[in-house]
Every structure is written in structure tokens, then in C-alpha cells.
Design a protein around this ligand. Sequence first.
Ligand code: C5P
Length: 224
Amino acid sequence: FQLKVLAGKRVLITAGPTFEAIDPVRGITNLSSGKMGYAIARAAREAGAEVTLISGPTALATPHGVRRTDVQSARQMHDAVMNAVGGQHVFISVAAVADWRVANASTQKMKKQDDGATPTLEFEQNPDILASVAATTSVSGWPYCVGFAAESERLEEYGAVKREKKGIPLLVGNIGHHTFGQDQNSIMLFDDSGHTVLPRADKLTLARQLISEIARRIEQRSLL
Ligand code: C5P
């Protein structure tokens, strides 16, 4: 980036999967690698922003100049985000947050039973972090909230609906759901004027394009 399009802006990003414990040594997670969120954190930093990254468990190195907080569960991610969100100009919710946590997680390691009896897991719904942040923007208008969607079908339709439902100005849809762990992606941007496609490219290229798109929309908004 030559142009520091986010100079003076504070950007909060979530990335990676969450890990929902079953017992102290077992849990439920998903295939998110964190690559897209980390690429966006790097691109935002390159664009001059002060970047805070709240990350689920990943094997990735922290992008240069980015402040990172590690969490495991969706509830921990929710709390870390809510602690950090004050004063942020942009919130980009890239993490693949588990929809449910295990309601009957065990504090001790569960023992295999001699009679072959198997445990039954019960679930509780996790807080929607993006919707919680979006609900706080009504007073100041900040942070500008960006969500992600990984639909396996009818992205054009579901993307637009999801953006409205979450109450956010910009939603990024992954085109195809085979993006998890891959180095490339193609995305569709949904805003109040419709949708545009950013064609297949490596995640850092897409991240830089996305940051430009966000910066342009913030700029337009502050001119209004
Ligand atoms: O509703 P759905 O999970 O498809 O929405 C995806 C978007 O919402 C992503 O931006 C994701 O980071 C965010 N999300 C969240 N907290 C949840 C579930 C999803 O922030 N509990």
C-alpha cells in the first residue's frame, strides 16, 4: 500500500475458529484457518490503521505491528471484543464463531465407560458478537461494521438478507464454501446499493482490496 487510506483509524478484527470445550482435553471447533482475517489485519495495518486482532486458535504468526489477543471460546471472543470495541472506527468480524457451545461440558476429563455407554452432548446458543457490536453503533455511528458470510448456496439472496438481519452496512460473502484453509478466495460485497464481486485472488490481495472498499465507504459516510 502506498496510500495510507486508514491513517488515524482504529480497526478491530476477529479471526479464526472458536473452540468450545467438551471437557478439559476435548472440544468442538471448525475448519477456519484464520488466513483471511489475518490477511485483513495485515492489510489494515499497511493502510495505516491501529489494528487489534482478537483471534481464536490458529497456527498463524501475528502480522507486523498488530496487537493480538488470543481466545478460545465464542463467549471469550465476545467478552474480548466488547472490552476492546470502545473508540474503534471499524469492526471486521471475520471469525467463524461457533453457533453453539456445549451446555453440559465436564470440568473433569470424561472417562470411557467399560459398558460402551456414550456421552450425550447438549448445546446452548452462543452470543452473536457481530450483532452485539452492530447494536451499539446507533449513537455515534461507529464502529463501521463489516460481517462475513459463508453460504453454501444462493449467496446473492442470502447475503443481502444476512446484511439486513445483522444490521450492518457491509457484508462480505465467500463465493463457494471451499475457502476454509485455502490461500485463495473470491468474495462478493453487499451494501445498501447492491452487490459487487471481487474475483478470485490470493487472500492478501483480496484483503487489500477490501480495506480500500471499506476506507472509501467510511470516507463517503463522513462527507455526508
Ligand atoms: O449468522 P452467521 O454465523 O452466518 O454470520 C456470520 C457473521 O457473523 C460473521 O461475520 C461472523 O464473524 C459473525 N458471527 C459472530 N458471532 C456469532 C456468529 C457469527 O460475530 N456467534
